[in-house]
Write a protein that binds this ligand. Structure first.
Ligand SMILES: NC(=O)C1=CN([C@@H]2O[C@H](COP(=O)(O)OP(=O)(O)OC[C@H]3O[C@@H](n4cnc5c(N)ncnc54)[C@H](O)[C@@H]3O)[C@@H](O)[C@H]2O)[C@H](O)CC1
Ligand SMILES: [K+]
Length: 511
């Protein structure tokens, strides 16, 4: 799904009005009615106090439409007009008028702190103050009202965007932003819903298809995509009936050191579970028995050093090589990576200590084969690309890095970001149970396996990240977040692959 900017959405709005020959008021009615349906489906007539806070623009107009439908269906609704300006939009005014025919309870006008209502924890708050039209931080008494809503701990549903959140920048420290429990957003997700600095304001997210012009949406150039099941499934390459293990790649996993042999075991397990035909490991001698016992399906070669990697087996023929997990950063292991990069011409996967070695020896970056996949977590990324001011700046620096070294970057996080040049793919599978030791080693194994199975590097990264998250979702639905171990993620890869072609999951599997 394309992630769009506020400008692109406003343009889509205009085109829709032209091409569908409808008024903007009709579009607002359509969008806000969909929101009402979602609320009604969930509340099912419950007599809880609903407080709708409407701005004076079109986000406020949406709020008025939602309130009208709620009142008509017998809900206990109080409407507040947050009068931060007297310049009301036409569609706001039209819907303000429409209220007259259905209720005698006129909206309460808030012009300052004196008009603030009491908000109780048990209230249901609808935030329709600002949407994509916010163009400067919320200030003064409106900011205080945002604080009052947040402090109330009332369940808060944000319409289109939590008020105070911009679509294209991170709000400053101490900025007033609604901390929504749920956000119902129109037509396309906005980037800030997925960035570490802003995602917490959004709560649970649902995108409503409000029927904006299909042709326009299909044509519009969007360098940022949200990756969900359909997008992941479109990358998948089915297996041929008439095939053998040689068709699915031979991966070589290079890593491990004394006390950290488990990492390579996890990577190798994940590679085999993702479908690699053959899996070999190159590890220090101390890991030989551990790997041979723990994973009989894998083949093992050992370095002459018993505790760390010092060389790379140059004439070993593998389809893809992965380097780094548990390897340590000793000078001898730097030499091993240098040997590897001097002998391998196909894209490699570099993770963990492999990334730390690259950060400490920047000249090695120039040896990376084109389209190699690097999978840093934020700490490793900082060492690679330097400090950033905020998440938008981070993405710019990451894009520059990807272009400079011609590599695919996977920035791991709650929503992992896969970056190649100017293209960004935001992953939407996974859960907090996956924040556990070895989870990244499993991811490297999945991506390496896909590369070995002839997936293009970018596709291998995007699909690998999605499958890894989805495997974690299956593990968490069975075990609970706290009990998910990295090995459980690897054990569920098969379910994640099968699930690519199954329709929506049952509620019991949802996290
Ligand atoms: N795009 C769609 O698919 C649809 C969107 N709808 C809704 O419309 C809003 C956007 O409405 P708009 O009137 O452009 O902006 P807002 O309501 O977000 O803001 C109103 C107005 O406020 C001024 N302003 C901006 N920042 C501040 C500030 N800090 N303090 C005071 N005033 C401020 C500015 O002039 C804005 O124009 C979208 O989010 C949807 O909810 C349609 O209803 C359906 C289709
Ligand atoms: K809002």
């Amino acid at each position: 799904m394309k992630i769009l900017t506020a400008e692109q959405l406003s343009e889509a709005d205009k085109r829709t009005i032209e091409r569908q020959n409808i008024t903007s008021e009709e579009l607002m009615e359509r969008a806000a009615t969909l929101v009402f349906n979602e609320i009604h489906n969930r509340l099912n007539g419950a007599p809880i106090p609903i407080k709708v806070f409407c701005g004076i623009g079109n986000n406020g107009g949406d709020g008025l439409v939602i309130a009208r439908h709620l009142i008509q269906h017998g809900y206990h609704v109080t409407i507040y007009v947050v009068n931060y300006s007297d310049k009301r939009s036409d569609d706001f005014l039209a819907n303000y008028e429409k209220l007259k025919s259905i209720t005698n309870d006129w909206p309460q006008l808030i012009k300052g702190e004196d008009n603030f209502p009491e908000i109780n924890t048990g209230d249901f708050v609808i935030d329709a103050m600002f949407g994509i039209g916010l163009n400067r931080p919320i200030e003064g008494w409106v900011a205080k009202l945002v604080g009052l809503i947040n402090d109330s701990k009332a369940f808060t549903l944000a319409i289109d965007m939590p008020s105070g959140l911009f679509s294209d920048k991170v709000p400053g420290n101490d900025a007033a932003v609604i901390e929504a429990d749920f956000t119902l957003s129109f037509q396309a997700p906005k980037l800030v819903f997925f960035l570490p600095e802003t995602m917490d304001y959004v709560g649970d997210l649902q995108i409503l298809d409000i029927g904006l012009d299909r042709e326009f949406l299909a044509e519009i150039k969007a360098p940022i995509h949200l990756i969900e099941k359909v997008e992941a499934a479109s990358l998948y390459k089915p297996r041929k009936t008439n095939s053998h293990k040689g068709d699915y790649g031979h991966v070589l996993i290079v890593g491990g050191s004394y006390g950290k042999i488990g990492s390579v075991l996890l990577t190798a397990t994940a590679a085999l579970k993702t479908g690699s035909g053959l899996c070999s490991l190159y590890i220090p001698e101390c890991g030989y028995n551990i790997v041979q016992t723990g994973l009989p399906e894998a083949m093992v070669l050992t370095d002459k050093d018993s505790e760390q990697l010092t060389t790379y087996p140059e004439d070993f023929e593998a389809d893809v090589v992965c380097f780094g997990m548990g390897a340590g950063t000793s000078q001898k292991t730097v030499g091993a990576l240098e040997d590897l990069l001097n002998s391998v011409k196909e894209p490699v996967v570099i993770d963990a200590d492999g990334l730390n070695i690259l950060s400490n020896n920047k000249k090695l970056l120039d040896l990376l084969p084109k389209d190699s996949v690097l999978t840093p977590h934020p700490g490793e990324l900082k060492r690679l690309i330097g400090e950033w001011q905020d998440d938008f700046d981070k993405l710019e620096k990451a894009k520059d890095f990807s272009k400079k070294y011609d590599v695919v970057l996977v920035i791991k996080g709650a929503h992992s970001f896969t970056i190649k040049g100017d293209e960004i793919y935001v992953n939407n599978s996974g859960n907090p149970g996956m924040a556990t030791a070895g989870s990244g080693d499993v991811l490297s194994g999945v991506i390496t396996s896909l590369l070995g199975q002839s997936y293009e590097p970018l596709s291998a990264a995007i699909l690998g990240v999605y499958l890894h998250g989805r495997s974690g979702d299956f593990a968490a639905s069975e075990l609970g977040y706290e009990s998910v171990l990295a090995g459980d993620i690897a054990q569920n890869i098969g379910k994640a692959v099968k699930d690519l072609f199954q329709s929506e999951m049952k509620d019991s599997e949802r996290n």
